[in-house]
Design a binder for this molecule. Structure first.
Ligand code: GLA
Length: 383
């Protein structure tokens, strides 16, 4: 997807030339799932797959939005149409960002926008965060707002929470705006301090496969909100600001005071998952990425058995990948379908991919999409 192609497509739709072209990536999270709305730790990398936007400011306040991935032509929105919960389909992501910017007091006007993305949708790889972050980044540059990547990521999260209506944490948007090439970002979602850790899997003879199951189960949204409120309830019952405040050595005593198994298992996942992020960081700092393997697999078991966000297809990928020699594997993202990551040796990568593909064929499932994840850079201007 060259900038020339994007510029040409912009011209075909909007006439004239864009003022610039920007890109923002999707992400995979190495470990730290469902911890971001518990003030906990996450460890994502940005993918080379990006949403791109060619943008030109307008004299008026109107948004004219176009997407290469959508039928139906230009979506035109006047400021009074930027009402939370009313904009449909893909247009709610760019529109939500403009809404969030204006809500935050930034006097941004209208724009002509052409979007194009190669971040797989519905795969748990944050294609919507990429759309939000590319628009936030473009508007920041065009209106000279002077916002940094953390502020832009938080604005994009605000768009998702307040305009799109999904009560997500901040991981996806902050990964898209803040990640760095060849680094994993160890982010404390409470303090928002980040450490960019070198992750050179190839030097260790390893690879990270992303295996998109191509399934997305419908209950995803409601179930996400339920998990989140369950965690908040458990924290409140324990007298904590957030489950992040519970240390592993206090876990058993805390669990004994909770009233039901549901809250106990949500709590156990969050506390053990935060500890797994810290263990993964230690492995990366020591230059021992192979040690990530068992951490990933333990993370999957916790998401499957305690947090209950896995599904038959992601469980199948994990099981088959491990049996075929993967060092570790787990679902990544919110769950109920989407993608699995598998840490494999260079030599064993094809064998794992083939085994998963064969198992899907045997189970009568659509062939999974499999690619190698490389840690790419966060949102930036292309031209
Ligand atoms: C989704 C949300 C994130 C995060 C993950 C689970 O991707 O958007 O904020 O909660 O699920 O880790």
């Amino acid at each position: 997807m060259s900038t020339d192609r994007l510029t040409e497509a912009f011209t075909a739709v909007h006439r004239g030339r864009p003022e610039g072209v920007w890109a923002a990536p999707g992400r995979v999270n190495l470990i730290g799932e469902h911890t971001d709305y518990n003030d906990g730790f996450v460890l994502p990398i940005a993918l080379p797959h990006t949403a791109r936007a060619a943008v030109r400011r307008r004299e008026d306040d109107v948004l004219r939005l176009h997407s290469a991935q959508a039928e139906g032509g230009v979506v035109e929105l006047t400021p009074d149409q930027l009402v939370p919960g009313t904009v449909e389909s893909w247009a709610k992501y760019p529109a939500g960002v403009v809404w969030a910017l204006r809500e935050a007091g930034h006097a941004v006007g209208g724009a002509d926008i052409h979007l194009d993305s190669d971040v797989p949708t519905g795969a748990g790889l944050s294609s919507s965060a990429a759309l939000e972050c590319v628009v936030a980044t473009a508007f920041n540059d065009l209106w000279d707002l002077g916002l940094g990547p953390v502020e832009l990521g938080l604005l994009a999260q605000r768009a998702e929470n307040g305009f799109v209506g999904v009560p997500c944490g901040a991981m996806d948007q902050l990964a898209s705006t803040c990640c760095e090439a060849e680094r994993a970002m160890f982010l404390d979602t409470r303090s928002l301090s980040a450490r960019q850790l070198p992750v050179d899997l190839a030097a260790a003879g390893l690879r990270l496969l992303v295996i998109d199951t191509r399934v997305k189960h419908d209950l995803a949204d409601g179930a996400y909100a339920e998990r989140r409120s369950g965690c908040e309830k458990a924290a409140a019952l324990l007298g904590l600001t957030a489950l992040r405040d519970l240390a592993p050595d206090g876990l058993d005593a805390a669990l004994a005071t909770l009233p039901d198994d549901g809250l106990r298992s949500l709590t156990r996942h969050v506390v053990t998952e935060n500890a797994r992020v810290e263990a993964a960081v230690e492995a990366l700092v020591k230059g021992d990425p192979a040690a990530l393997g068992p951490i990933l697999t333990a993370g999957h078991a916790s998401l499957r058995d305690d947090f209950l966000v896995s599904c038959a297809e992601t469980d199948l990928v994990v099981e088959v990948a491990l049996a075929a020699g993967a060092l570790g594997a787990r679902m990544t993202g919110g769950g109920f379908g989407g993608s699995v990551i598998a840490l494999v040796t260079e030599d064993g990568a094809d064998g794992v991919a083939d085994a998963v593909t064969a198992a899907f064929a045997e189970a009568g499932l659509t062939a999974p999409r499999i690619f190698t994840a490389l840690a790419a850079q966060g949102a930036h201007r292309l031209s």
